[in-house]
Ligand binder design. Structure first.
Ligand SMILES: NC(=O)c1ccc[n+]([C@@H]2O[C@H](COP(=O)([O-])OP(=O)(O)OC[C@H]3O[C@@H](n4cnc5c(N)ncnc54)[C@H](O)[C@@H]3O)[C@@H](O)[C@H]2O)c1
Length: 355
C-alpha cells in the first residue's frame, strides 16, 4: 500500500477541481475518491483524476475510500453535515472552503465537532500565498510602517464571498490579535437570497486587543478599486502605521509609502500559484503537528466570528463584544431588520450585481 496521504474530494465544481488537481500534483497525496451529485461533473472529474472510488453520496464514498484528508468544496449551505461525514470517515484532516458556516450557531457546532473528535481542519483563505499579499506582510513585519494603528479591507463582491477573506488577511497583517468588539451598518436585501446569502453592503469597525482599529467594507457601497479591472478582484487590504502604509490589491499588485521610500510591485490572485503552497502546508501539518497550517480552522473561526458579530451589530445596533458566547442566526436577524430600500452604489460598475 502507498504511503501517500489518501484524499477524498466532494463537490467537483470550480474549487473542488482546483483542490483535487493541486493534491494530485503533490507527491505527498493521492486522490482515492471523488463525489458530486451532478453526474456530468462527477464523470468529468473521475476521468481526469482516476480515483478508486466515485459516487454521488459523500458518506458512501468517504467510508469506502477511507481518506486521511476529507476535502469538501460544496456551496456554503453544506457545512456541518460535511464535517460530520469527514469525521465519520476517519480522516485526520478536513480541508474545506470558506465561509466556514452560514451562522455563528453553525460555526460553533462545527468547532465543537472538530474539538470533540480531534480532527484538524483547514479553510481555504489561500490568497495569502500570493507574492503581493506576502510582500505587504513582510513590509508590516519589518517595522517600516512604524506603529500600526489601522488595518483595513474593502471589496466590491458581497459578504459571504469575500468578507471572510478580507478579515483573514487583515488579522494576519495585525499579527492575529484578538478582537474585542465590533460595530457595523448594513444595507440592501438583494443578496439575502443568493447562494452566498449576504446583505448587499456591510461596513464596520473592529477593536483589536492590541489597540489597532480594523475597518471593513464589503459589497455595493464599498469604494471602487479603479486600479483593478476584473470586478471580483477589486479588493484593497492593508495597514497604516505612524510612518507609512502598505496595501495589496487582489488583482493589482502591492504598494507602500514609508518615510524612506515609495514602492510598488506586481501580483494578482492566481489559483495556480496559490494552491500548491496551501496544499504543501497541509502535508507539513499532517507530518508534523507543530507546523500548524496558517489557514487552520481556529484562525478562520475567529475571522468568521468577527463577521457574524458585524452582522449582529448591523441588525440589532450598538457594539457587539467578542468572543461570542451564544450562537445565533445572523442572516435571519438581518432579514428581519434590513430596510426595504434599494442599496446605493459606490460605482456604476456595481450596478450589474446590485441594481
Ligand atoms: N477560496 C477561494 O478563493 C474561493 C473562490 C471561489 C469559491 N470559493 C468557495 O468555494 C465553495 C464552492 O464554490 P464553487 O465555485 O466551486 O461552486 P460550484 O457550484 O462550482 O461547485 C460546487 C459543487 O458541489 C456539488 N454538490 C452540491 N451538493 C453536493 C453534495 N451534497 N454532495 C456532493 N457534491 C455536491 C455541485 O454539484 C457542484 O459541482 C463556495 O463555498 C465558495 O464560496 C472559494
Amino acid at each position: 500500500m502507498s504511503d501517500k496521504h489518501r484524499v477524498v474530494v466532494v463537490g467537483m465544481g470550480k474549487r473542488g477541481m482546483h483542490h483535487a488537481l493541486a493534491f494530485q500534483a503533490n507527491s505527498a497525496f493521492e486522490i482515492t475518491g471523488v463525489c458530486d451529485v451532478d453526474p456530468d461533473r462527477l464523470a468529468a472529474a473521475a476521468a481526469r483524476l482516476k480515483p478508486a472510488v466515485q459516487g454521488a453520496d459523500a458518506l458512501d464514498v468517504a467510508l469506502e475510500a477511507k481518506p486521511d484528508v476529507f476535502c469538501f468544496c460544496t456551496l456554503p449551505q453544506l457545512r456541518a453535515n460535511m464535517i460530520r461525514i469527514g469525521i465519520a470517515s476517519g480522516a485526520r484532516l478536513i480541508a474545506m472552503e470558506k465561509p466556514i458556516a452560514l451562522s455563528s450557531a453553525e460555526a460553533m457546532e462545527i468547532r465543537r465537532l472538530l474539538a470533540d473528535s480531534g480532527v484538524r481542519a483547514v479553510v481555504s483563505h489561500q490568497h495569502r500565498y500570493g507574492e503581493h499579499y506576502r510582500k505587504v506582510k513582510e513590509t508590516i513585519a519589518s517595522g517600516a510602517l512604524g506603529r500600526i494603528h489601522t488595518v483595513y479591507g474593502a471589496a466590491s463582491g458581497w459578504m459571504m464571498h469575500l468578507l471572510s477573506h478580507l478579515i483573514d488577511y487583515l488579522r494576519w497583517y495585525n499579527g492575529e490579535a484578538e478582537a474585542e468588539w465590533v460595530m457595523a451598518q448594513a444595507a440592501g436585501r438583494g443578496k439575502l437570497s443568493d447562494a452566498h446569502p449576504s446583505p448587499d453592503y456591510i461596513a464596520g469597525f473592529i477593536q483589536f486587543a492590541n489597540g489597532v482599529r480594523g475597518i471593513v467594507e464589503c459589497g455595493a457601497g464599498a469604494p471602487d478599486v479603479p486600479e483593478v479591472d476584473y470586478w471580483w478582484r477589486k479588493c484593497r487590504i492593508g495597514a497604516m502605521g505612524a510612518e507609512g502604509f502598505a496595501e495589496v490589491l487582489t488583482g493589482g499588485g502591492w504598494r507602500t509609502v514609508t518615510k524612506d521610500r515609495v514602492g510598488a510591485g506586481p501580483g494578482s490572485m492566481n489559483y495556480d500559484l496559490d494552491m500548491p503552497p496551501y496544499i504543501q502546508d497541509i502535508a507539513n501539518w499532517l507530518e508534523d503537528p507543530a507546523q500548524v497550517h496558517p489557514c487552520c480552522f481556529e484562525s478562520a473561526y475567529k475571522g468568521f466570528e468577527i463577521m457574524m458579530a458585524l452582522c449582529r451589530s448591523a441588525a440589532q445596533g450598538g457594539q457587539v463584544a467578542l468572543p461570542l458566547s451564544e450562537g445565533a442566526d445572523e442572516l435571519g436577524l438581518l432579514a428581519a431588520r434590513l430596510p426595504h430600500r434599494q442599496v446605493l452604489l459606490s460605482t456604476p460598475a456595481n450596478a450589474k450585481e446590485y441594481a
